[in-house]
Each structure stands twice: as structure tokens, then as C-alpha cells.
Design a protein around this ligand. Structure first.
Ligand SMILES: [Zn+2]
Ligand SMILES: [Zn+2]
Length: 421
């Protein structure tokens, strides 16, 4: 029987990653994440029977890669593999998701504990045996502890990049996938049709914009994802010796502690440690009320201003033209962040935002150039499978890959299978 790639999620969509590699009815599952609908309810990937699993490998801790995984551990305990940082951060994020969406989820905290308590930790470069599959986690530059994975089964070598980054950031080195031997590459395509500006330009632009605001007596709110983006911004400010108060609020604090406890997964652990010691952690309402009243920076979750302390600060800060709201991540359609950016208004009453609003491209996903470079570096490549991307973007990218690399490119939807002969 042939090896099959089963697209259970992330087919012609960004997020909800879930890829099954199947041989003789046995499956190695790579990620099992969720997306959220317009009412913020989680959407699960296609179903997979837990008893058919030889193993589950979670590539990193973002909810679009882990959010549905506990569901597989409700009745039995399939083998679970992840890097240590991923396990620690996953617990926080899954608990938080249960707090917000508990009634809509088919699992609870106890399931999460069962799942994580039973996990086997793996490391970059390990060769792991899971039933009839052999796999190797590889450094992919996305966030601390994230991994691509090279799967060997029945003479095939399949590289799944997961979310990856090919440039150096404050937290991460570029992906190390050059020279990998694989007949099939399943590759993310989030930014497959465009290129990011050079990273250091974005950092310079951000830093100088922050200085402009604080030097004129304003406060900068940086709404930020708790996982990796918040620590990236902290590191940029610390590296340049930013001399005004910086406040850190929300889950960014706990994730920073986890990252510092696993310093070997950071490009420069000393830099994040310096940031954590220079900057002030918001410990309660007294700090929160102080933070926005003086010139300085507040880095707070959540990144799209849908909730969390960033929303509290926004309400206090948006009406003062001396302040600034600097958005540093993707803003999904319909979120308060997107509305502020595109319409300059906030809340149900469409209140005008008088604070300066700017968006900065600090993506932790590679771009078109990076995707092509990674594919060029793979030896023995025969086929490319695009996942984790918008279909319009994927079609543009597919043409480029066919032209430049000269291999077969597929853009499967969810529920589809690719048979390798
Ligand atoms: Zn993702
Ligand atoms: Zn990710």
C-alpha cells in the first residue's frame, strides 16, 4: 500500500494545521490545530481516529497548531512528541483557551494534563521511532522551540516545514533546512506571494517611531501576541538601550519566564534576560493605572486588541493625540486592531482614534523569496504541497515554484489525500 498525505486542516487556509502521513492505515499526525470563526468559536480540523495514530508531533505552541490536539487524548493516549518549550507554552495557551471557550470544547484541563503529562520530549536532530514512522525535528526559525519535521516511511522522505522563518530575528536564527533530502515538501505559504521589507529596516523604523512619540511626552501601546512577538519587541528595545519606562502586561510575562528557563532555544538568551530585568512587569491595577500616564512603552497582550490588558490600555489612550498605538502583528478582518488601522475608529460607537496608529511588519513567517530559497536547497525534490495559505496567494506561488524549481506543485483542500507512489 502507498504512503498517503492526508490534509486534515490548513488546506487552502491559513492556520488550523493538521497533516496526517498514512501507511497501511497507521497515521503519524503532524499538528492538530484550530482556527476561530467570526464569533471566536474554535473550528476543528477533519476527524482522525485516535486509535489509528502511531504518534502525534506538535511542531510549535501556536493554537492553530495545537488547539485541537487534546481532543485526541480524551479516550486513549496516543504517543505525543514535542520539544520541551512547546510543551510548557502549550499548557498555558490551552488552559487560556479553555477559560475563554470552555463550553464549546470537547476537552478540559484534565485532558490537557493527561496529554502533556504523557508526552515524550524530543530535540532538533533526534531520530525518533513512532510505530512504522521515523522522524527528525529540524530547526525552522519560527518561534522558540518550533520545528520542521522530516518523516521517513517506506522509502519516502517527507519534509513538513510547518510555520517557518528564514531571516534572523532578535529571538531566532534563520531556518536550517538547507541540504535536507526529501522527495516531498509540505510547505507553509502564508506570505507566498509577497516579500517582507528587510528586518533591520522594520526594527529601525519601529524604534525611531517609538522615540518620536515618547520624546514628545506620549505613551506607546504595543498590543502584542504573548508567544514570541512580545519578547521580540522587548528585545528590540533592550538591545538599543531604550531609556524610558517599558511596562509588560498579560501572558507575555509568563511566556518570557518559560523562554528564559529554556535559554538554549533563543538566539541570544542574554538579550531577553536583559530586557526582562530592565523592564517592569505589571503586577496589578495600581501599576496598570500608572503605566499609561507617563511617557514610555506598554507591551501588552492581546495582539489584535480583542481583549486582555491591551484593550484596557487602548480605552485609556486612544483619545489623546500625543499617544500612539503601534500594531506589530497580523490584524484579522473584523478585529478592533484592523478597524483602528483601516477606519481609524474604535468600539461600537465608532469613536475616532486620535492617537497615532501605525503597523509594522514583524512577521515570523517567511515570504516568497524565503520559500523559494528553502525549496531550492532541498535535495531530490519531486513534489511540493502548499498548505497554510490563502488560495489566491497559493496560486501565485505555485506558478513561481513550477517555473523556478520545475517540480509538481499541489494545493490540496481539507479532506483531500495525496498518494505517493
Ligand atoms: Zn500557523
Ligand atoms: Zn505559528
Amino acid at each position: 500500500m502507498s504512503v498517503k498525505i492526508k490534509i486534515l486542516g490548513s488546506g487552502r487556509e491559513v492556520g488550523r494545521a493538521a497533516i496526517g502521513i498514512e501507511k497501511n492505515g497507521r497515521i503519524l499526525l503532524l499538528d492538530y490545530g484550530v482556527n476561530f470563526d467570526e464569533n471566536d468559536q474554535p473550528i476543528f480540523p477533519e476527524h482522525v481516529r485516535p486509535r489509528d495514530l502511531d504518534g502525534v508531533f506538535l511542531t510549535h505552541s501556536h493554537l492553530d497548531h495545537i488547539g485541537a490536539a487534546p481532543y485526541l487524548f480524551v479516550s486513549i493516549l496516543p504517543r505525543l512528541y514535542a520539544l520541551p518549550v512547546t510543551l510548557d507554552v502549550s499548557r498555558l495557551l490551552l488552559y487560556d483557551m479553555i477559560k475563554l471557550n470552555g463550553p464549546y470544547l470537547p476537552y478540559d484541563e484534565a485532558t490537557v494534563d493527561d496529554m502533556l503529562g504523557h508526552a515524550e520530549t524530543v530535540h532538533y536532530g533526534d531520530t525518533v521511532e513512532a510505530g512504522m514512522f521515523q522522524f527528525e525535528p529540524l530547526y525552522n526559525g519560527h518561534i522558540p522551540g518550533s520545528a520542521a519535521v522530516l518523516v521517513h516511511v517506506d522509502g519516502h522522505s517527507i519534509l513538513y516545514t510547518s510555520d517557518m522563518n528564514t531571516v534572523e530575528t532578535k529571538l531566532m536564527e534563520p531556518a536550517r533546512l538547507d541540504g535536507v533530502k526529501a522527495d516531498t515538501v509540505i510547505i507553509e505559504s502564508t506570505y507566498g506571494a509577497s516579500n517582507h521589507p528587510p528586518r533591520v529596516e522594520t526594527e529601525d523604523h519601529f524604534y525611531h517611531s517609538v522615540l518620536e512619540v515618547v520624546e514628545q511626552g506620549g505613551t506607546v501601546l504595543v498590543p502584542s501576541f504573548s508567544v514570541s512577538r512580545g519578547q521580540e519587541i522587548m528585545s528590540i528595545l533592550a538591545e538599543r538601550g531604550f531609556d524610558y519606562p517599558v511596562w509588560i502586561d498579560g501572558m507575555i510575562r509568563q511566556i518570557t519566564e518559560i523562554y528564559l528557563a529554556h535559554g538554549e532555544y533563543l538566539r541570544d538568551a542574554g538579550l531577553l534576560a536583559k530586557a526582562a530585568s530592565m523592564f517592569r512587569m505589571v503586577k496589578g491595577w495600581q501599576d496598570r493605572r500608572r503605566a499609561y500616564k507617563r511617557p514610555g512603552v506598554i507591551i501588552a497582550s492581546a495582539g489584535m486588541l480583542k481583549g486582555g490588558p491591551s484593550l484596557y490600555y487602548l480605552k485609556k489612550m486612544f483619545a489623546n493625540p500625543r499617544n500612539a498605538i503601534f500594531l506589530v502583528s497580523y490584524q484579522a478582518p473584523g478585529t478592533p486592531g484592523r478597524r483602528i488601522l483601516e477606519e481609524g475608529v474604535f468600539g461600537e460607537e465608532n469613536l475616532p482614534v486620535l492617537a497615532r496608529v501605525q503597523w509594522f511588519d514583524f512577521s515570523s513567517h517567511t515570504d516568497k523569496r524565503g520559500i523559494l530559497r528553502v525549496l531550492r536547497g532541498v535535495r531530490g525534490l519531486e513534489r511540493v504541497v502548499l498548505v497554510h495559505g490563502d488560495p489566491a496567494v497559493q496560486r501565485v506561488l505555485a506558478e513561481r515554484v513550477k517555473e523556478e524549481i520545475g517540480v509538481d506543485v499541489q494545493i490540496p483542500g481539507n479532506g483531500e489525500e495525496i498518494v505517493l507512489d
